[in-house]
Design a protein around this ligand. Structure first.
Ligand code: 2HG
Ligand code: ZN
Length: 469
């Protein structure tokens, strides 16, 4: 497209959504065309902010007709480059579509536009005396539409499932502008293919989610949290096994290493360790005292865990301030890592019973890795989801760090197929892991995915270059 064509495109878009809702300022575009990865070229043509599904449809119809590529954008908290626009695409932001439209306290649903933040949905549910279960460290910024596009996992998946499990109905605009209304509020609906599932986790490559109906539930009763200090990874799995066998409702089972803990203590404001002595691993264990259960579920569970000798020390939050403090030790890891140095992220998953053998192999790789790269482990261990973060000093060359950490990462990914593990448990493939898809998906599966993409978006205008070329 020539400069002249660009200006025609921009004036057409301005007519569709209003002058003030098309942004072309280069410095604003650097932010609007980027997610949290910050390692890819960012170069969108413009960002548009439609206010209704009709406007989204009109923008897509225009882009489809004129072969202009579109990158859907939510809260831009993604970690795989799924919302990066690097090639004169139109960024289509749902920020102005953030209404919470209805809360249904008898059918336990909430309907919202896709630009609503995770936190806004959580708060609307709480205001109605109910509970929205998806919880992420990025809840203040992440949009429901982005959570759906990436099938976000988060901190409570072990108990309530991920985003997929929360979605009851969806409204989506297809690449040619067709509005596909699948926004049913039915618990049961066996009438052929469940089409909405195709869009959940499709990373914006098949269409733009504009509205959703999500599942709510009664508020959990008396949730308790503890931080446990543990000597070995094997003991962490021992603790998880004990929790499973005690019939306790675990609402979160997270872990981090002492290296991760040290980085949080250094960079997160007000962070302090709850223990007298540091230990190699820590678990954040959250449980719900269910109806009919005597109080003190956490205490009696910990007694059993101590009796087995699989936990060295534990602190139970005694009030809401301590509750937040213990959780912040886990929730502040991502931001603290960014403050610490250059970071390469990943979010693999394995069958939980294979984690022990995998960690043994991983430790051997860590020993072999370059000494100026710190390997920081944490994650949703109760879901088999491990975050391996490679961290290099800010003083080192960023490109050199990316190259060296990638070499370690490739060796670690190559271990996954024999465990039938995944290169992405929750962040998605985006631009970051396209080359790695082959470690987790067979050729037949990839061929099937491509056929689907070609059917829905034959001109390839929707989020081009994400998941695969
Ligand atoms: C989390 O679990 C997020 O906090 C981010 O998925 C993980 O920073 C990361 O690698
Ligand atoms: Zn995570």
């Amino acid at each position: 497209m020539s400069k002249h064509d660009y200006s025609d495109v921009l004036s057409a878009l301005r007519k569709l959504v209003g002058d003030q809702h098309v942004v072309t300022d280069p410095s604003e575009l650097q932010v609007l065309g980027c997610d949290w990865t910050k390692i890819f070229t960012v170069d969108p043509l413009a960002a548009v902010f439609p206010a209704t599904t009709g406007e989204v449809s009109a923008v897509l119809k225009f882009c489809h007709k004129n072969h202009i590529c579109v990158v859907p954008s939510g809260g831009r908290t993604g970690l795989a480059g799924g919302a990066v626009a690097g090639n004169k695409e139109i960024v289509l932001s749902l920020k102005r579509m953030a209404k919470i439209e209805a809360v249904d306290c008898v059918g336990l649903t909430i309907q919202c536009e896709a630009g609503a933040t995770t936190q806004a949905v959580q708060e609307a549910a709480l205001a109605a005396g109910l509970f929205f279960a998806l919880d992420l460290a990025a809840k203040g910024s992440s949009h429901i539409g982005g959570n759906i596009a990436t099938n976000a996992g988060g901190l409570k998946l072990i108990r309530y499932g991920g985003m997929r499990e929360q979605v009851m109905g969806l409204e989506v605009v297809l690449p040619d502008g067709t509005i596909l209304d699948m926004n049913y509020r039915l618990r049961k609906n066996n009438t052929g293919y469940d089409l909405k599932q195709l869009f959940i986790g499709s990373e914006g490559t098949l269409g733009v989610v504009t509205r959703a109906t999500l599942r709510l539930m009664p508020k959990p009763r008396n949730v308790q949290v503890a931080c446990l200090g543990v000597n070995s990874f094997t003991d962490i799995l021992g603790i998880l096994t004990r929790c499973n066998q005690e019939g306790v409702a675990i609402t979160a089972f997270e872990f981090f290493t002492d290296i991760a803990h040290g980085i949080v203590l250094k960079h997160a404001q007000g962070a302090r360790t709850p223990f007298q002595e540091r230990m190699p691993f820590y678990v954040i264990l959250e449980v719900e005292e269910g109806p009919g259960q005597a109080s003190g579920v956490m205490e009696s569970l910990l007694e059993k865990i101590f009796a087995e000798g699989i936990c060295v020390d534990a602190v139970i939050a005694q009030n809401s301030t301590q509750f937040k403090e213990l959780w912040s030790l886990r929730e502040n890891i991502t931001e603290s890592l960014s403050a610490h140095g250059h970071v390469r992220k990943n979010d693999i998953s394995l069958p939980i019973d294979q984690l022990d053998s995998f960690i043994a192999e991983l430790e051997a790789e860590i020993v072999r890795s370059p000494k100026d790269i710190e390997i920081v482990l944490f994650g949703h261990i109760g879901d088999g989801n491990l975050h391996i973060n490679y961290v290099g000093p800010n003083s080192s060359d960023k490109k050199d760090f990316q190259l060296k950490s990638r070499q370690v990462e490739e060796r670690i990914f190559a271990l996954l197929p024999k465990y039938k593990g995944s290169v992405s448990a929750e962040h998605g493939i985006g631009l970051l892991k396209k080359k790695d898809l082959k470690f987790s998906r067979s050729e037949v599966e990839i061929k099937f995915m491509r056929a689907l993409k070609n059917m829905v978006d034959p001109d390839g205008i929707m989020n081009p270059g994400k998941i695969f070329e």
